[in-house]
Design a binder for this molecule. Structure first.
Ligand SMILES: Cc1cc2nc3c(=O)[nH]c(=O)nc-3n(C[C@H](O)[C@H](O)[C@H](O)COP(=O)(O)OP(=O)(O)OC[C@H]3O[C@@H](n4cnc5c(N)ncnc54)[C@H](O)[C@@H]3O)c2cc1C
Length: 455
């Protein structure tokens, strides 16, 4: 068993925790990072599939994600553009439509409705203070309804309602009925607007990382050796006037401060003595993770490109809600990547991997033809059953949570400080937000340490 005395214990070796630790190291503070899994990276996970490495967790980077861009550049990890040339497909009620441009052909009423929706989102989002959305005008009213209730009250057409369903699944891996409307609007604010969130060029899906994004946390962890301890789930945090004691399965550490860099729902599983503030405790149980299963299939040839398809396919039925081209940067490993998001992930998670593979490949064949049935490799990651994520991409807020407990997201509880993408004020839910949150938490802690402040 290890253990010891440090200035700061950091819990979680995802982007947030590793960034916080690196920042503490730069400032000369001693630290240890305790990570439950036997690897670093958390919600990013790159795996060799055949000849190349693919991402089974986070994978894209877009403009304005400056923290991630700078870190990747510093560590020598290069990006390449997401392929998007050619026609896209929308399967609506089982019927497939092929289209070019941003949106499929929709009835005129749906187009007008979508314009109204966009105007309404833009107006509301412009009023949100990113650090405290609960302070926006009419926050209580907006937080008292789900996105589903807003959709049913505000939109007239089935086309625009379908659009809301698909974007909520794609962006939040949740159903519109799961999330507060105020939270959804805040997510648009943090992600620079709906267009940025859903686009490839000029959007959050613009570029990928050569060799996978997990290289970045691996390189960070290497720089922090030997202070990153794997296989060390933290079970108990005890505070006193003297300091804080953190008990993990790999030993007990004493420190001045602790940074908890894990999603709120997982932070609620740690035992705290004394208990957390009532608001923080309530937040932990009211920010469930979204639901997602990610699939990668590799092929001999990018046969969909040959047929003029970009590889993008969106569906309101079946296991594959969103599908994209996932071919390696050098073209050596043609591939498709797809996601079961929201209800589809919940429906398909109990199935066996073989059943999921059959269902996903048959959807690919429905979109791109029978060659899709014969991949060279097929790999999946069900994030819903991973005990150290309990779902992904991100914790979402149920109605009433933002206005009642949002203030507890970053508010320290004594010597405990909160990090993780869920606490970010820009690109919340994304890797960039995780890095921002790590920098913020480290600065917060360093400030307390240098001023010698106790609780
Ligand atoms: C399928 C998928 C696709 C995604 N796509 C993108 C994308 O394209 N672009 C993008 O920017 N983002 C994407 N994301 C989101 C992105 O991966 C996350 O926002 C980001 O990685 C979160 O980092 P984090 O450090 O905040 O949390 P995490 O990565 O969750 O790190 C927390 C760490 O804490 C550990 N931990 C948990 N509990 C304990 C405990 N009790 N004791 C010790 N350790 C503990 C966990 O094992 C984990 O390693 C995606 C995520 C998924 C799953």
């Amino acid at each position: 068993m290890a253990g010891g005395v440090v200035d700061v214990v950091v819990i979680g070796a995802g982007f947030a925790g590793l960034t916080a630790a690196r920042e503490l190291a730069k400032r000369g503070n001693s630290f240890v990072v305790l990570e439950a899994r036997d690897r670093v990276g958390g919600r990013v996970y790159s795996k060799q599939i055949g000849t190349h490495t693919f991402d089974l967790g986070g994978q894209w980077i877009g403009p304005t994600q400056n923290h991630l861009a700078a870190l990747a550049k510093e560590l020598g990890v290069q990006t390449f553009p997401q392929y998007h040339a050619g026609s896209k497909l929308l399967s609506w009620g089982g019927k497939i439509q092929r289209y070019n441009g941003e949106l499929p052909r929709l009835p005129i009423l749906s187009m007008i409705d979508l314009l109204r929706m966009q105007r309404s989102f833009n107006k509301l989002v412009s009023q949100i203070p990113p650090e405290s959305p609960w302070k926006m005008p009419k926050a209580d009213k907006l937080d008292s309804m789900t996105l589903e209730s807003w959709k049913e009250q505000f939109l007239w057409s089935s086309g625009s309602k379908l659009f809301v369903d698909i974007i909520t699944r794609a962006v939040l891996t949740s159903e519109p009925r799961d999330v507060s409307f105020l939270f959804f609007l805040s997510y648009l604010k943090w992600g620079h607007g709906l267009d940025t969130l859903i686009s490839i060029p000029k959007g959050a899906q613009q570029d990928r990382f050569i060799g996978g994004v997990q290289q970045i946390p691996e390189k960070l962890a290497k720089m922090l050796e030997p202070h990153v301890i794997l296989g060390a789930p933290v079970r108990t945090i005890t505070q006193s006037t003297e300091g804080v004691t953190v008990v993990s399965e790999r030993g007990t550490w004493k420190a001045e401060r602790v940074i908890v860099a894990i999603p709120p729902v997982l932070s609620g599983q740690i035992h705290y003595d004394p208990p957390l503030s009532a608001a923080r405790d309530a937040l932990c149980s009211r920010m469930p993770m979204g639901s997602v299963i990610k699939y990668v299939a590799t092929y001999e040839r990018a046969f969909w490109r040959d047929a003029g398809f970009s590889g993008e396919a969106f569906s309101d039925t079946g296991p594959t809600v969103t599908t994209f081209d996932d071919t390696s940067h050098d073209g050596g490993a043609p591939a498709l990547v797809s996601f079961s998001d929201g209800a589809a992930a919940r429906q398909w998670s109990p199935a066996s991997p073989a059943e999921r593979q059959r269902a996903v490949l048959s959807e690919f064949a429905r979109f791109f033809g029978p060659k899709a049935l014969h991949p060279t490799h097929f790999e999946e990651k069900d994030w819903n059953t991973d005990p150290w994520s309990k779902g992904c991409y991100v914790g979402v807020m149920t109605p009433g949570t933002m206005t009642s407990f949002g203030h507890a997201l970053r508010e320290p509880c004594g010597r405990i400080h909160w990090s993780g993408t869920e606490t970010a004020t820009e690109w919340m839910g994304y890797i960039d937000g995780a890095i921002q949150s790590g920098l913020r938490a480290a600065a917060e802690v360093a400030d307390r340490l240098s001023s010698g402040r106790g609780t």
